[in-house]
Design a protein around this ligand. Structure first.
Ligand code: ME8
Length: 511
């Protein structure tokens, strides 16, 4: 069995989870579930990024220890995973011993190889915010924004990683591995970034200013700073699991591609004698009225509110159906409701209920055997459509085009509803025409079988819905997904439930 190691970014614990975090986890989960269904042995990692100035400050503001603060917020992210039915195999926290040990080992290894050196760091420092500022933090007129208070230029000793020495190697690596980054146009952006010379990377902060970090093994007066801690999580989680490194995909947002994931990470690994990950999957942002949703802009939606209101599967469906992986999407409640009502309630929900209801009314609640000789063009057309739908669905998922895969599936579900309208089982049941007696069971069997198949395709995105539909159809799924996707007569004789409400009408919005 092929192993497939997949990760998400690890979330900062300096704020509660928002829609952007939820999306990344759902996207990665859909990939993980899809790969498992395709027969891979998946290892799926997520977690939290817990060190740094902001966590130290937030904890201090609340008068608690940073570890307690990190414990609380990390638990929120873990709870989000449970609530979203994320099938992660592990959850790593950067404050865990297993992680800190690997970070320190890696730093020591690089130090011993001469890849890390000590030098003076020069920068503009805000005492009020307790952080170094960058040129981009300045006002357009060159002054520093009010929030930073007094800003002074300071010099302090620090440790640097020799990034510059690996620039040519990285350019060469990216040119040889054209599909290292998905979508591909982002790889070009990285190469463009690499046309300018890289600076060596400052990887430390003196402990007297930042206590909340991992001490450098070769100088305990300093802690590692940001990326040397965070990125290593992908490796530290599997260091004791042979065969998993290198990761197959790191799923990340576009803000942390350049330079951390596309430049620092492959170079850090290569310098340490480890292979870089096989690929990076870079998604866009959820925005609100065009602005990135984030805790600092205060426009972050709490994903759990939507889950509570519409159910986890409707939420997962919307995120994956709406976003073209790589591009940005604006989140509006109106658009959510449009998809919920038209695609889920009216198309899928209606199909489920009609199928169960008609099987109950016209076949005593047991899926009849189709009569082959009664099959005509409409039944054959639906079977044909299924063939192209499921082949294309799989190809689209393999290329991360989940929004299009779900669109194809919706077209198939619409076609099943169309078939029901055309064949009108309620008329066939009353008809005295000669063919009607054989056509009725054939039509009922066709709609039930088509629904079973459609529900099977939904599984990576809406696992609970698939299970509910299978249970309502009295169907125990095949062990292998591929077998489950074959049109056949598996349902013949299955006892169905009389009805199933999957997508209740939402309450009118409170003003
Ligand atoms: O960057 N839409 O943590 P983070 C979509 N700890 N995705 C979004 C988003 C939005 N509006 N806002 C954030 C960090 N994200 C680091 C990562 S990895 C070794 C360390 C995504 O909590 C963002 O792009 O700020 C990132 O991939 C993830 O959420 C965590 O963001």
């Amino acid at each position: 069995m092929k192993s497939f190691y997949l990760t998400t970014a690890i979330d900062y614990v300096n704020g509660s989870p928002h829609l952007g975090h939820a999306y990344e986890k759902v996207l990665a989960d859909v990939i993980a579930r899809f790969r498992r269904l395709m027969g891979d042995q998946v290892f799926f990692l997520t977690g939290t990024d817990e060190h740094g100035q902001k966590v130290q400050q937030s904890a201090r503001a609340r008068g608690i220890a940073p570890q307690q603060f990190a414990d609380e917020v990390s638990a929120e992210f873990r709870a989000l995973c449970t609530k979203l039915h994320i099938s992660n195999d592990d959850f790593i926290r950067t404050t865990e011993e297993r992680h800190k040990r690997v970070v320190r080992d890696l730093l020591q290894r690089l130090f011993d190889k001469g890849e890390i050196y000590r030098a003076e760091y020069r920068g503009f420092y805000s005492t009020r915010q307790e952080q170094f500022l960058q040129e981009k933090d300045r006002n357009p007129d060159g002054s520093w924004p009010e929030i930073f208070g007094e800003v002074t230029e300071i010099l302090e000793p620090n440790y640097f990683f020799k990034l510059r020495g690996y620039q040519d190697w990285l350019v060469d690596f990216l040119k040889k591995n054209e599909s290292f980054i998905f979508p591909r146009y982002r790889q070009k952006q990285v190469l463009e970034f690499l046309t300018e010379p890289l600076n060596d990377l400052c990887i430390s902060r003196p402990r007297e200013r930042l206590e909340w970090g991992i001490p450098l093994p070769f100088d305990e007066n300093f802690v590692t700073y940001v990326w040397f801690d965070a990125l290593v999580n992908y490796y530290s989680a599997v260091v004791d699991k042979p065969g998993l490194w290198p990761a197959d995909f790191h799923v990340i947002g576009k803000d942390i591609l350049v330079p951390p994931h596309a430049v620092y990470w492959p170079i850090m690994l290569h310098a340490a004698g480890l292979p870089p990950p096989r690929a990076l999957l870079v998604h866009g942002w959820w925005t609100q009225r065009g602005a990135k949703m984030s805790k600092s802009t205060g426009n972050a939606l709490n994903p759990l509110d939507l889950v509570t209101e519409f159910g986890v599967d409707a939420f997962r469906y919307f995120l994956v159906r709406e976003m073209n992986v790589g591009q940005d999407s604006d989140f509006t409640r109106e658009q959510f409701l449009v998809r919920y009502n038209s695609e889920l309630a009216n198309n899928l929900g209606n199909l489920v209920n009609r199928t169960l209801n008609m099987t109950t009314r016209f076949a005593g609640g047991v899926v009849p055997a189709p009569v082959d000789s009664a099959e005509e063009e409409p039944e054959r057309a639906l079977k044909e459509l299924w063939k192209t739908t499921h082949t294309e669905f799989i190809q689209l998922c393999e290329g991360f085009q989940f929004h299009l895969a779900l669109e194809r599936l919706m077209v198939f579900l619409t076609a099943i509803n169309g078939h029901i309208e055309l064949r009108a089982p309620w008329k066939l049941a009353k008809s005295t025409e000669p063919g009607a007696a054989a056509l009725l069971p054939t039509v009922l069997a066709t709609m039930a079988e088509a629904l079973r198949l459609g529900a099977a395709l939904l599984q990576p995105v809406m696992p609970s819905t698939t299970e509910k539909i299978q249970a309502a159809l009295g169907h125990a799924p095949a062990a292998a997904w591929r077998d489950e996707l074959e049109w056949g007569t598996r349902l013949t004789g299955a006892k169905v439930s009389p009805g199933l409400v999957l997508f209740p009408r939402p309450e009118p919005e409170k003003k």
